[in-house]
Design a protein around this ligand. Structure first.
Ligand code: NDP
Ligand code: MG
Ligand code: MG
Length: 340
C-alpha cells in the first residue's frame, strides 16, 4: 500500500533550531536552500572555494561556506552536488558528521550502490522532488507544491522519518503529496525509467522512426515533424489524462493503427531487452560500468554524446526550429520563467 503524506503530516518543530547545510547550489540545491530558508529554517550553503555558484547563493541572501565548514555547523547535511562527485565531497565532510546528524539526499544512487557508507550513528534520508529544481522553486513561490518521494535508509535517532517530512514540507513537497519509498526502489526505478523508457527509449524510437522514413525516400523535414516534433503533443495528452485521453484525442484511424501496430514495433523482444536492462540495474552492473567510466575520464560517454549530436535529425531540427516562430516564442517564454 502506498502512503502519501501532506502538510498536516509534517511537524515544523523537527527542523526548528536546526541548521541545514545544502551542499551544491545547482538545480536542486538552489531550490532547496531558498525554500528551506523562506520556510524559516537556518540554512548554510556549502560550496568549494573556486565555486562559480557562490555569488548566486550570496545574491539570494544565503550564507555560504566550504562544504566542510557548512557540514560542521549543520545538523542536517543535504547532499545536492552531482551524483558522480558526491563520494569525493562526502569524503571531505565525513569527519564533520556527529552522532544524531542527518545525511540527506535527493537520489539514492550512492547509498544504494555503496559509494557512500555513512557511520551508523547518523540518520540517512531522501527527500526527492519529482521535478527539476527550477520548478521546485517556482512552485514554492506560487504557493503550489511539487510532488516528491521520502525514504529512510538509516534511522539512528528514531526521528529520521519525522525530520524528513519536515524537510519535505519546508521545500514545498507535502503541499502536493509525498510518496513513501525506499532508497532501493527509488534508485532502481529511476535508472530503469530513464534508460528504457524516458531518455533512452524515447530517443531511440524517434531516431529509428526518422531513419526509417528518410531511408524510404521521404523528406527529412516531414520525418522530423512526424517522429520528433509531434511527440510533445502526444506526451502532453498522456500527462494530462493518461492513455485514454490521448487515444480519445487522436483520430479513429490513428487510434486503430496505433493499437494494432505499436505492439508490432515494441514487441516481446523489446520486453526481453527491458528485462535485461532492469537486471543490470538490479545486480549493480550498470552502476559499476558508470562508476568505472567516470574513473576513466568518461571516454565512452563522450563518444556516445558526440555521435548523438551529429545525428542528421539534430541538424534538420535546428534548421526547422529556426524557421518556425512558435518554437522561438516557447523558448523565450521558458527563458523568461527561468529568469524569474
Ligand atoms: P547540479 O549539477 O545542478 O549541481 C551543481 C552544483 O554542484 C553547483 O553548485 C556546483 O558548484 C556543485 N558542484 C559540482 N561539483 C562539485 C564538487 N566537486 N564539489 C563541490 N560542489 C560541486 O546537480 P542537480 O541539482 O542536478 O543534482 C543534485 C542531486 O539531486 C543529485 O543527487 C540528483 O540525482 C538529484 N536530483 C536532481 C534532479 C534534477 O532535476 N536535476 C531531480 C531530482 C533529483 P560549482 O560552482 O562549484 O561547480
Ligand atoms: Mg554537525
Ligand atoms: Mg531520473
Amino acid at each position: 500500500d502506498t502512503t502519501i503524506y501532506y502538510d498536516d503530516d509534517a511537524d515544523d518543530a523537527q527542523l526548528a533550531n536546526k541548521t541545514v547545510a545544502v551542499l551544491g547550489y545547482g538545480s536542486q540545491g538552489h531550490a532547496h536552500a531558498q525554500n528551506l530558508s523562506e520556510s524559516g529554517v537556518d540554512v548554510v550553503v556549502g560550496l568549494r572555494e573556486s565555486s562559480s555558484s557562490r555569488k548566486a547563493a550570496e545574491a539570494d541572501g544565503l550564507r555560504t561556506a566550504t562544504p566542510k565548514e557548512a557540514a560542521s555547523q549543520a545538523d542536517v547535511v543535504s547532499v545536492l552536488v552531482p551524483d558522480t562527485v558526491q563520494p569525493a565531497v562526502y569524503d571531505n565532510i565525513e569527519s564533520e558528521l556527529d552522532a544524531g546528524d542527518t545525511l540527506q539526499f535527493a537520489h539514492g544512487f550512492n547509498i544504494h550502490y555503496g559509494q557512500i557508507e555513512p557511520p551508523e550513528d547518523v540518520d540517512v534520508t531522501m527527500v526527492a522532488p519529482k521535478s527539476p529544481g527550477h520548478l521546485v522553486r517556482r512552485n514554492y513561490q506560487a504557493d503550489e507544491g511539487t510532488p516528491g518521494l521520502l525514504a529512510v535508509y538509516q534511522d539512528a535517532s528514531g526521528e529520521a522519518k519525522a525530520e524528513g517530512l519536515a524537510y519535505a514540507k519546508a521545500i514545498g513537497c507535502t503541499r502536493a503529496g509525498v510518496v513513501e519509498t525506499s532508497f532501493q526502489e527509488e534508485t532502481e526505478t529511476d535508472l530503469f525509467g530513464e534508460q528504457a523508457v524516458l531518455c533512452g527509449g524515447v530517443t531511440e524510437l524517434i531516431k529509428m522512426g526518422y531513419e526509417t522514413l528518410v531511408d524510404a525516400g521521404y523528406s527529412p523535414e516531414m520525418a522530423y515533424f512526424e517522429c520528433l516534433n509531434e511527440m510533445k503533443l502526444i506526451v502532453d495528452l498522456l500527462y494530462e489524462g493518461g492513455l485514454g485521453e490521448m487515444w480519445d484525442s487522436v483520430s479513429d484511424t490513428a487510434e486503430y493503427g496505433g493499437l494494432t501496430r505499436g505492439e508490432v514495433v515494441v514487441d516481446d523482444h523489446a520486453r526481453e531487452q527491458m528485462e535485461q536492462v532492469l537486471e543490470e540495474v538490479q545486480n549493480g552492473e550498470f552502476a559499476r560500468e558508470w562508476i568505472l567510466e567516470n574513473q576513466a575520464g568518461r571516454p565512452g560517454y563522450r563518444q556516445k554524446r558526440q555521435a548523438e549530436k551529429s545525428h542528421e535529425i539534430e541538424e534538420v531540427g535546428a534548421e526547422l526550429r529556426e524557421l518556425f516562430a512558435w518554437a522561438d516564442a516557447e523558448e523565450e517564454e521558458a527563458k523568461e520563467k527561468e529568469r524569474e
